[in-house]
Write a protein that binds this ligand. Sequence first.
Ligand SMILES: [Zn+2]
Ligand SMILES: [Zn+2]
Length: 323
Amino acid sequence: MKYYKQGQLLCYIGTWTPFVILVAIFLFFYGIYMQTYLLPRIRSEYIEKPVLEINTYLIQLVHINDYVFSNSTVVITVLLHTILVLFLITLIRVVTILPGKVPKEWLNKVEGEINKMIENEENMINFHKKGSQTSTSFSSEIDDEQRLQLNSKARLELIDKSGHRFCKNCQAFKPKRCHHCRQCKTCWLKMDHHCQWLNNCIGYNNYKLFINLLGYSWLLISFIMVTYSRCYYDTLNSYSSDSKLFLVSFTFLYCCFLWILLTAFTFFHLWAIKSNITTLEYCENKPRQPVQKSALENIVEVFGVNPLIWFLPIQPNTKPILD
Ligand SMILES: [Zn+2]
Ligand SMILES: [Zn+2]
């Protein structure tokens, strides 16, 4: 990531550790699920047929594999891995796509407005000077101190008039819903929050993908919980080894716990989208929506106008919120 200074290796390792832990937990549970449930199920439906094959040198006994899977096994395997692939694509995209900086054109436009305001003030001062002095002794020069005062006055006026904010850390103007992230040391457009687990900020450019990630995670956990409940029940009611009993119980109960957390988190974000409020605005209790819109308009603002991409890991092509 660009925003890390060189030589900060420890800081770099530290910031990526939660993400590595997240991936390790994910791989661990995927492995347990496959080893204790899906693979034994596939093996139980797998028949090996020995047949004779004659070649020039010797008569060999070879095995021809015959798969007679039940429909449910095929559906479980295909569905699980489809959700898994979508989840992984979204995870990579959310981690690698930055939330979006304030566009240079916007900053130039604001600076242009300030220069214009200063110019107008200068003209006014010169006009008054000219009126109070004779035409021969008139001097149009404004000293540095006066220019500095005009500059800060113009900036304050612009903040009052437009609602733009000024970032002391970046020493630059930013739109109303833009927020400075201390970890990233950058102002991000419509910043929602800094996610330690993904080691990235969530904002304008990747918020929809973040919601997709939540959705796929919820779907994946729900799917595992439903399909694994049978395995959990059978393990509890059979003479399984202690280690298997522990692994299956731990996986199933941990999934239930994650499901409750994810459900609450997903519902909060769906409510936030409907209400057009970011997590930061909610925590600061400072809603900064430019205008009140309907729930559908707010949903379209995040997910885009095309409902076909709402559930896919694709970022809609919308204009950044700069008011
Ligand atoms: Zn900033
Ligand atoms: Zn951040």
